[in-house]
Ligand binder design. Structure first.
Ligand SMILES: [Zn+2]
Length: 194
């Protein structure tokens, strides 16, 4: 795997399409109270990917609000593009953290330069995978599905290597699809199995 994957706009077009489908599923399902869901997207300003590489639509994350007075609950569908509130795209956070694993100091510096992120930012991403992600109810259930067990210390590299695909970008897409339940707190309807 290498950083070149992040320069191919086809990756972002595919992720955008998947997010669109996830959002549409959420919208059609409606609110638990029976109300209709109206768009209330979150603005986003993703960093580290050249402007011309991202298709239109990356400046917002899909989200909805229930239209019913007295409910108005927000529902934010799972996403393969955005991991939480981070300004970096999930693809960047996942791939760079995976490549950083086991890299020597020179290589690590190259990675930071390539995406314009600080040492502290990369350390934060690593901590997110090692501590925050591994503590999620999703992962605590899902990790049992991997035999032999996935090394939590080597996340997400250890997960990425389990997705066997000829196309490296596709492996990244599968990884993002797998971890997407952790990208939303209102994703009660999202099955752990998809
Ligand atoms: Zn409602």
């Amino acid at each position: 795997m290498c950083l070149k994957i992040l320069e191919d706009s086809r990756l972002y077009v595919l992720l955008l399409k998947i997010d669109g489908d996830l959002a549409e599923g959420e919208r059609v399902a409606g609110c638990a109270c029976g109300g209709a869901l109206h768009r209330a997207n979150y603005p986003r300003k993703p960093r580290a990917v050249a402007r011309g590489t991202l298709p239109e639509g990356y400046d917002r994350r899909h989200s909805f609000c229930c239209a019913e007075d007295g409910c108005r609950k927000r529902r934010t569908p799972a996403s393969v593009r955005f991991l939480g509130r981070k300004v970096y795209l999930g693809a960047v956070v996942a791939l760079v953290t995976a490549l950083r694993h086991g890299a020597n100091a020179r290589r690590a510096a190259e990675l930071r330069r390539a995406i314009g992120a600080s040492r502290r930012t990369l350390a934060r991403w690593r901590a997110w995978w090692k501590e925050t992600f591994t503590a999620t109810p999703f992962w605590r259930t899902a990790r049992a599905r991997w035999v032999p067990p996935v090394s939590e210390a080597a996340l997400p590299a250890s997960l990425l290597e389990r997705f066997v695909e000829e196309d490296d970008a596709m492996r990244l897409v599968l990884l993002l699809g797998f971890v997407k339940p952790v990208t939303t707190t209102s994703g009660g309807r999202i099955s752990m199995g998809d």
